[in-house]
Design a protein around this ligand. Structure first.
Ligand SMILES: *[C@@H]1O[C@H](CO)[C@@H](O)[C@H](O)[C@H]1NC(C)=O
Ligand SMILES: *[C@@H]1O[C@H](CO)[C@@H](O)[C@H](O)[C@H]1NC(C)=O
Ligand SMILES: *[C@@H]1O[C@H](CO)[C@@H](O)[C@H](O)[C@H]1NC(C)=O
Ligand SMILES: *[C@@H]1O[C@H](CO)[C@@H](O)[C@H](O)[C@H]1NC(C)=O
Ligand SMILES: *[C@@H]1O[C@H](CO)[C@@H](O)[C@H](O)[C@H]1NC(C)=O
Ligand SMILES: *[C@@H]1O[C@H](CO)[C@@H](O)[C@H](O)[C@H]1NC(C)=O
Ligand SMILES: *[C@@H]1O[C@H](CO)[C@@H](O)[C@H](O)[C@H]1NC(C)=O
Length: 850
């Protein structure tokens, strides 16, 4: 036996040797065949490829997939990445049909692509200076250059592909304007479609203002996105790639340019044909999107106009900066913030000492900076006095990277609240100087009435905030007077709105509506100690919520409508009539209402544990949520939603399911609340198309956000997001702003595919959970957020899947989840079809979490 084996290997050895020799031979042959230059005597035929000396890039003819008539283009791609990744195209608008093309360089230095069959030149470039013996070379950087033979100096190129980018910015390439070579602006222009490299609708270019930033333009050359200015380290919101990338920025008399270098990773920056700027990274044998923009409506330029601030975690997303009020209140109420805000009191700085007050707005994407001025000044105080020198100065900020001050002498346009990454903007407001510059009573008073509080308020500012809210209490009265005045104005605009489901209720219901206990104002005022600040539980989009005590011991929550809120009144009736008819232990119970004069209030059972978000997204409290509790909450929400969708007399779509709308009673039982936007369906209707998209970004299904179609399946999507949030303790959007994973849903999806789903689980659970159950819940969550509504389960199946008898392997495999990529809810205004016209009276207000 042994000798037989021995003999066998002796026979194999020579074979092995021959194989190795052959392999080495063929390898060296192929490297020998792969050249990296083209000379006048050696053009490149259709069937040949150049490979750069280090083997990183290749250049040759290629045909995009699905090209109908075998169009041939000269392109550059990564040689050692098997998924062909075209990073540059020469003749993007002029393909050679059939394989008869040739790339050549003439002895006088003209580079051209010719169709040999017809002898036509389809593309050509002329060298910038004359070269005696021209050589075209593909460098290892991906740059394709024309140079003098024998001249290997790096920067002496008579022509280079890096000066004419296609849609991809490789490391070392520049995006920007060369002021010396007049007219040379290096822009990125998207492909027309994924099979057609000709110039598409979107392009990116550097602005050339005093504080340049990168812009993304649409087909009509309208700016759709901006990066924010260079801050010394990076360009506005373009994130750092974990140290693997260094960005550089030049702004001098010769050029304005942005570029980057990579080490240890393979990134590329690209404009997609859908109009997104993306950073890809090649990792684990595939390209992954590391980052993209615009990511959400707030990133579209000017969503909240001048002096508005867009905060995607809020609903509504737009609010006015402090001291400002909506320019067009009617449009503002309809969620269109693009007209922006105006000063409540005009600045007047003509005399000394006037308007020297500044207000800090923390953590924002700085306003469009076209007119900002850079100084060589490095302290906030100095920036402030720079600003005070000019009457038109509206704000200042300090550049973190050491570029000095940034000063605005225009309206502050396009301010966005960022999570954990923004800069501090110091905004000039009416009022005379005081040291801290923040406590002017005038400002404080308005604060509580209009403005959203900056999300990332710093600890030392909290104390100020408390003082501010005390003062604001005293000023509430003057606010109300102002509100009343505004309301009068607004009424003229919003005439004739009716409750949209009024005609769906039968007589029976109308009578029942009145069965609800009516409380009188005095009772409620007494119960809440005259709506005292200490009893305030929270503040929503249209009013405040107070805690109260009835009859000495019965605790209640009172939702008091702000008197200014026209929609609030309709929403109020909506909510009253709807909830009055709903009875389920997982829905918050309405005890009664109060309608007296202008006053409208809803009285609910009091939920001692407030809302789910307060537990879930706060580190300390999250540890109180053990798996058992989380599971119980998931099941409770499922039951509540099941009731709404299937078991009540009506089919009700909630439309704003989110963590802050889940209230918790003292046993931590979840109760769905906030029916202000709920929508009643007739028996035969299954979906509906609306012109106005309401709800909270991050929970909205793609078809609802982008097309306005809502159905039970859009609630199911929100439920899926909520489920993933409950398991992970993270918000779908927010924490992920600068992480490689775009949001919670895509993070969950990629972990799922990598079989690493348990990494999603909230650390606050301390590894103390049954992994099978958790995995099953994650799978259910992913099934609920699938892109196609028809793939998502209905609530009865969700209940079934959650049940102990359903095994994880018996659940279907989730498909790709749906993401909202680019959208603007207001674009939906322009969609008109028959179905939408029926809903023109629909309510359009979201309530914020209480
Ligand atoms: C390319 O095609 C030509 C004929 O068109 C042929 O002569 C040549 O050998 C081919 N070259 C390679 C590398 O296949
Ligand atoms: C391609 O090959 C070059 C040279 O071997 C290497 O430096 C580079 O990292 C490779 N790129 C990838 C994506 O593997
Ligand atoms: C063409 O399609 C194949 C298979 O789907 C894919 O691997 C390749 O990357 C595609 N090429 C281009 C240029 O899109
Ligand atoms: C270079 O040669 C090409 C053809 O050989 C000719 O069309 C072109 O005009 C020449 N250019 C110059 C600058 O001489
Ligand atoms: C690049 O974009 C700028 C800004 O829109 C434009 O003025 C310029 O003409 C563009 N350049 C090219 C080569 O497309
Ligand atoms: C501000 O300017 C006005 C005139 O424009 C003047 O009447 C007023 O006294 C000034 N206030 C201060 C504090 O200087
Ligand atoms: C203020 O700045 C604007 C814009 O730079 C400039 O036009 C104006 O002359 C300046 N005014 C003063 C008083 O410096």
């Amino acid at each position: 036996m042994a000798s037989f084996e021995h003999n066998n290997s002796i026979l194999l050895l020579p074979l092995l040797f021959i194989t190795v020799v052959l392999t080495v031979l063929s390898l060296s042959l192929s490297t020998a065949a792969a050249r990296d230059t083209i000379t006048p005597t050696q053009p490149l035929a259709d069937n040949e490829t150049l490979v750069s000396a280090g083997g990183t890039f290749a250049l040759g003819f290629f045909t995009p997939n699905n090209s109908v008539d075998r169009r041939r283009y000269i392109g550059i791609w990564y040689y050692n990445i098997t998924v062909q990744t075209i990073v540059w195209v020469a003749n993007r608008a002029n393909p050679v049909i059939r394989s008869t093309g040739q790339l050549s360089v003439t002895p006088n230095g003209t580079v051209m692509i010719t169709n040999r069959e017809t002898s036509t030149v389809v593309w050509s470039v002329v060298s910038e200076f004359s070269v005696a013996i021209p050589v075209l070379e593909l460098l290892d950087t991906g740059n394709f250059v024309l140079r003098e033979e024998g001249d290997i100096t790096q920067n002496n190129h008579a022509w280079q592909s890096f000066d004419y980018p296609t849609d991809t910015l490789l490391p070392g390439m520049k995006l920007g304007v060369d002021k010396v070579a007049a007219g040379l602006s290096r822009n990125l222009t998207a492909w027309k479609s994924k099979d057609d490299p000709s110039p598409g609708e979107y392009y990116a270019a550097m602005g050339t203002d005093s504080s340049p930033e990168m812009y993304l333009f649409d087909r009509s050359s309208k700016k759709v996105w901006r990066s924010g200015p260079w801050d010394g380290i990076r360009l506005g919101g373009i994130p750092n790639m974990n140290g693997g990338v260094t960005y550089s920025f030049v702004n001098d008399n010769e050029e304005v340019s942005f570029s980057y270098q990579a080490s240890g990773i393979t990134p590329m920056l690209k404009i997609s044909q859908e109009g997104m700027i993306q950073i890809w990274n090649f990792r684990a044998q595939s390209w992954n999107v590391f980052w993209f923009a615009p990511r959400d409506p707030c990133e579209n330029i000017g969503m909240c106009g001048s002096y508005g601030i867009c905060d995607i975690t809020k609903s509504p997303t737009c609010s006015c900066l402090q001291g400002f009020t909506p320019k067009s209140p009617a449009k503002w109420a309809l969620r269109d913030g693009r007209d922006g805000c105006v000063r409540e009191v005009e600045l007047d700085c003509r005399s000394e000492g006037n308007d020297t007050t500044f207000l800090a707005v923390d953590g924002v994407k700085l306003p469009e900076s076209s007119s900002s001025l850079d100084g060589n000044i490095f302290s906030l105080d100095a920036c402030r006095s720079e600003c005070l020198k000019n009457c038109s100065c509206t704000a200042y900020a300090i550049s973190v990277g050491g570029g000095g001050c940034v000063i605005w002498v225009t309206d502050l346009f396009d301010v966005e609240q960022l999570v954990g990454a923004g800069k501090d903007l110091h905004m000039r407001i009416k009022g005379s100087a005081d040291g801290a510059g923040r406590q002017s009573t005038e400002v404080a008073g308005k604060h509580s009435c209009f403005s959203s509080h900056s999300q990332s308020q710093k600890a030392n500012r909290r104390a100020v905030a408390i003082v501010v809210s005390l003062i604001s209490g005293a000023l509430l009265l003057s606010c109300f007077i102002f509100f009343l005045w505004r309301k009068k104005k607004r009424r003229k605009v919003n005439l004739g709105r009716t409750i949209f489901f009024g005609d769906k209720l039968d007589e029976d219901d109308r009578r029942k509506e009145l069965d609800l206990p009516l409380f009188n104002f005095g009772t409620i005022a007494a119960a809440t100690e005259s709506f005292s600040a200490k009893n305030k539980l929270g503040q929503g989009g249209f009013g405040h919520v107070y805690k109260g005590t009835l009859g000495g011991d019965k605790e209640i929550a009172v939702k008091r409508l702000a008197k200014s809120s026209q929609q609030g009144a309709e929403e109020f009736k909506n909510e009253v009539m709807l909830i009055a008819k709903l009875q389920n232990r997982n829905l918050v119970r309405l005890l009664g209402c109060c309608i007296q004069g202008e006053e409208r209030m809803l009285i609910y059972e009091y939920m001692p544990n407030r809302s789910l978000d307060a537990f879930l997204f706060e580190k300390k409290k999250a540890t109180l949520l053990e798996w058992q509790t989380r599971y119980q909450i998931i099941v409770g929400i499922t039951r509540g939603l099941l009731y709404l969708h299937h078991d009540s007399r009506y089919r009700i779509i909630h439309r704003d399911l989110k963590a802050s709308n889940i209230l918790l009673d003292k046993e931590m039982n979840p109760k769905i609340s906030d029916f202000g936007m709920a929508r009643l369906f007739g028996g035969d209707e299954t979906d509906y198309n609306t012109r106005k998209v309401v709800g909270t970004y991050g929970y909205m299904s793609p078809e609802y956000a982008m097309e306005g179609i809502f159905s039970m399946k859009s609630d199911v999507y929100s439920f899926g997001v909520l489920l993933l949030e409950i398991i992970s303790g993270k918000k779908n959007r927010g924490l992920y702003a600068f992480s490689p994973h775009l949001n919670l849903v895509s993070h969950a999806w990629s972990l799922w595919n990598e079989d690493e789903s348990l990494e999603l689980v909230d650390e606050a659970m301390n590894n103390n959970f049954p992994s099978n159950d958790v995995l099953k819940c994650i799978k259910i969550g992913l099934l609920c957020v699938q892109d196609h509504p028809e793939d998502r389960p209905l609530m009865p199946s969700v209940i079934e899947m959650l049940g102990a008898s359903a095994d994880i392997t018996s659940l279907p495999h989730p498909k790709q989840p749906g993401f909202i990529t680019r959208m603007s809810p207001f674009e939906l205004d322009h969609i008109s079809n028959n179905r939408t016209s029926g809903t023109s009276n629909e309510l359009t207000v979201t309530l914020d979490g209480r």
